[in-house]
Ligand binder design. Sequence first.
Ligand code: MV4
Length: 480
Amino acid sequence: MKKILIANRGEIALRVMKTAKKMGISTVAVFSEADRNAPHVRFADEAVCIGEAPSNKSYLLGDKIIEVALKLNVDGIHPGYGFLSENADFAEAVEKKGLTFIGPKSKAIRIMGSKLAAKEAVKAYNIPMVPGIDEAITDVAKAHEIANEIGYPVLIKASAGGGGKGMRIVEKEEDLESQMKRAISEATSAFGDGSVFVEKYVTSPRHIEIQVMADTHGNVLHFFERECSIQRRHQKVVEEAPSSVLTPELRQEMGIAATKVAEACDYVGAGTVEFLMDADLNFYFLEMNTRLQVEHPVTELISGVDLVELQIKVARGEELPLKQEDLKIHGHAMELRVYAEDPLNDFLPSVGNLEVYKLPVGEGIRVDNGFEEGMDIPIYYDPMLSKLITYGETREETIELILDAIQNYKVKGVQTTLPFGTFVFKHDAFRSGNFDTHFVKNYYSPEILEQENKDEAEIAAMVALYQYLEDQKTVKLPSN
Ligand code: MV4
């Protein structure tokens, strides 16, 4: 593989290109009209404009991207995350044209794109799953029967859903029928597939996921877990590795379960197996994400591997250069997603110009960034500016590092989730490790951030006054 095209933008496009360059592979960027001056365009060896700003006129145009790849004699396409990364038809079209899709085969993407197909595929592998039914139900009587069997509350999920879309909690029997009808009509209009199923609702779960990597020679490795419970409305904000609740035994058990999920769909490349974990540390398979994930850096830091390098090696048909026994956890890593969103205003996108944009630097700090000072933030795409990642010996040290790094991350012109990060990393529930997916809902309110801002301003004013009074003692004013 001599040349790859990165079908993405922003920090992840840069992230992938850096590894490609390190491996002596040349890079092709594609970009929309809004991204003409974006860093990923300048960093690439070659760059081609593929259309207008809206993603459906540029980054989602699979055929156009393949056309560019063929014209420039590209060998492989890396899809990053989002956009075309989990589009089975795209993966298939890439391979049909004789190019390499740096990711799994379309078959695995298809299976895991359907929650019911995923359950079906892993059935024979003895993977723990939430009590419920593993087929689509349309019959209300059948739903009543299942729900009574597993007990309320139950959760209705859309098979084609993702990111929490199409989920409905049902607390009591009399609500089941109406909620089911709503879920089916919602799923039909949102995904064109009205299949829904019912599960026991795990009330306060943690979200723990396992990174896996499989080669084309039948080897599957896992790279331990990431704790991703700190999220708001199904969007992760803070991730860390390892999780503070897993024991070595549980870690191994979940790792083995995750590799079995990968085997169940003949997986190739980097993937993530998501689990829910209840308060008694029971874990249940939820779904598999068939891409490199946003939060992959925390895994890289604790395991010492470059996941993009492994993806490329696997795509070249090489055998994974490691064995499971070679893999050990070293230290602790923490990631904050820095979004151009206003934490004081319901996390609404805060687009504008990055008048000041200075990244923190130092030992134990990694910033996977896609922006620079002076740039406008396009309104067309996800407003994530960067990922601030720190790495230390212990969890405590890593938290202190990220708190410091947030202070040294200077942004003016737009609001960001940086102050929200400070709130999380200072919070007792977070620091103790005793939290679940309801952390933000349970503890966060804009007033708390506002109060902190006020306190900080007050302290700053007091320090200034003190300094002024001290100066008065020593500075002799000239007298006439
Ligand atoms: C659940 C659940 C509780 N019980 N399933 C949310 C997105 C999708 N990946 C699955 N999700 C959940 N499934 C059962 N049976 C709670 C969630 C859930 C959640 C999961 C992971 C991370 C954050 C979440 C926030 C709310 C709900």
